[in-house]
Design a protein around this ligand. Sequence first.
Ligand code: PSU
Ligand code: MN
Length: 323
Amino acid sequence: MFCLAHTHPSHTNGHLVVTDEVEHALETGAPVVALETAIVTHGMPYPANLTTALSLERIIRSHGAVPATVALRDGRVHVGLSASELESLANPAPESAPAVKVSRRDLAPALAARRDGGTTVAGTMVIANSVGIASFVTGGIGGVHRGAESSMDISADLLELGRTPMLVVCAGAKSILDIPRTLEVLETQGVCVATFGERADFPAFYTPSSGVASPWRVGSVGEAAAAAYTGLTLPSPTATLLAVPIPAEYAARGDKVQAAVEQAVRESVEQGIDKRGKEVTPWLLKRVGELTQGSALELNVKLIENNAHVGTQVAVEVARLAR
Ligand code: PSU
Ligand code: MN
């Protein structure tokens, strides 16, 4: 259970609210798929953030798993959100304090201050793992930022993948990041990185290929699940980062978005935004959105829905292997 449980049994669940649906699924070994909410609070504008979050939950259910959307609300960690809780996170009342972006280091102060929060990949992994969830679907992970050799801006997502054994499904890393160095850090952290499908290279979020070789390739749901499940059974369990390329039909549009990404990165350096820590990723996402007039957002929705389709099938198989 979430942190306090180990040291203060009387506070068991004091910080944690798990919906009955998720709790029942966990008790019976049914597949549960975690979803993050930094993408809701900081990654996408309203109302696309809400419709996408609801659509992901629907897709996960349609493949026979239970979605567990993770967020912070009023001093508590929530695993599973109602539609109205999701709505208030996606579109906060104007008088309320804005939701914070919650990575591992933000968990304690955000809870203590009773702030609403959208959890990043790292923040979501910590929470999901603490309640026994083995699978997690997202869009893009954080990574090594370009220029990290001087800024040292390396997402906590990569270190969390190194210490929290679970399946994380993404569409690769955005090219706002330094993809070769991101893969280097994942190797250093001992993360199994496998690309789903026929391509030999790691996907770049908006486009199916980054030109950088993927360490592993898995050709089917079964192969992906076998790798992920085996990682969980090792004496020292390891995470699997399953990278699912955006479907080929979107490749041409992805190339156009790619040009906007390059421009946004240049502007962030010119304006010194690249030195602003946790603000960097949301700034770049917003700027790419403006430059592409919604086309980036549309691709973002398509690829994350595709991740949920593929990822849930893998999660269902991992749960079956674990029974
Ligand atoms: N990449 C995206 N969309 C996102 C994020 C990353 O394409 O919304 C979010 C995720 O929540 C991810 C976080 O975990 O940004 C990484 O932020 P940082 O680089 O500050 O660690
Ligand atoms: Mn960062």
